[in-house]
Design a protein around this ligand. Structure first.
Ligand code: NAI
Length: 255
């Protein structure tokens, strides 16, 4: 494939599903080789198959962002020779009341999303600094990171911390030509929206409040591809003077 990202290698965590998968396909469309990193082997292999079927380059690495950051980066370098882009996307969501949520569940949310973003960013940035050719990091957070929301204090806190990490990484890595930004999606149509077998976006309550009453001004959840296009811009040569910013992609939900 040829395009704006030709010659780049991108590592995308959580790329077996949803936003990560859409981002992998979009960056591959733009010419980047892709390292699909995820716990989920069948989903990850399906993402790789879709990329290669479209004429792109990709490998799957079965990996956990809480343990395997260095191994993901090594896989990129061993297979493709370098690493230019990291998208920290892996995430988990579940609802739990503040009064009930066990401490271990809180720790798990922070471990996967916040520490996972730190670990992968550190491993990738070390490689990018060694290469001396700059790079891009995009952290997927959420509007929940800056809005107060019920039943998700663990998730929201982890996402808010990611936005602060984005700013700090941007400052420290700027001298190396590495731009670090974030994306804060609102509601997105992915398997994450399915809770106990029910797509939350299809419930009468969601449809009434967010769609009919236009609490989301654009009156629908995003498609994962709409988040992926924002990532594609932030990692592209068109984006040269934005760093430390978290771009809200929420159809106006948080206005
Ligand atoms: P998803 O559930 O479709 O995909 C998440 C992927 O992350 C899965 O493939 C899963 O296997 C992987 N994953 C989970 N824990 C992992 C770990 N420890 N190591 C490696 N991979 C792991 O979810 P979706 O919606 O695509 O979410 C992607 C990101 O977008 C997440 O960070 C999520 O918090 C964020 N987000 C999603 C929104 C939505 O409405 N779907 C809204 C705002 C943010």
């Amino acid at each position: 494939m040829s395009g704006m990202l030709e010659g780049n290698v991108a590592l995308i965590t959580g790329a077996a599903s949803g936003i990560g998968r859409a981002t992998a396909l979009t960056l591959a469309r733009d010419g980047s080789a892709i390292v699909v990193a995820d716990l989920n082997e069948s989903g990850g292999s399906a993402t790789v198959d879709a990329i290669t079927a479209a004429g792109g380059w990709a490998i799957f690495v079965q990996a956990d962002v809480t343990r395997d950051a260095e191994r993901m980066v090594e896989a990129a370098v061993q297979t493709f020779g370098h690493l230019d882009i990291l998208v920290n996307n892996a995430g988990i969501f579940y609802t739990a009341d503040l009064l009930d949520v066990p401490f271990d569940e809180w720790v798990r949310a922070v471990d996967v999303m916040y520490f996972g973003t730190f670990r992968c960013s550190q491993a990738a940035a070390r490689q990018m600094v060694r290469q001396g050719t700059g790079g891009r990091i995009v952290n997927i957070s959420s509007v929940n990171g800056f809005l107060g929301m019920p039943q998700s204090s663990h998730y929201n806190s982890a996402k808010g911390a990611i936005d602060q990490l984005t700013r700090c990484l941007a400052v420290e890595l700027a001298p190396h030509g590495i731009l670090v930004n974030g994306i804060a999606p609102g509601f997105v149509e992915t398997p994450m929206a399915i809770v106990n077998g029910v797509n939350e976006h299809e419930t009468p309550e969601f449809q009434e409040f967010y769609v009919r009453r236009r609490r989301i001004p654009l009156a629908r959840p995003a498609l994962p591809e709409e988040i992926a296009e924002a990532v594609a811009f932030l990692v592209s040569p068109r984006c040269t003077y934005i760093t430390g910013h978290t771009l809200v992609v929420d159809g106006g939900l948080s206005i």
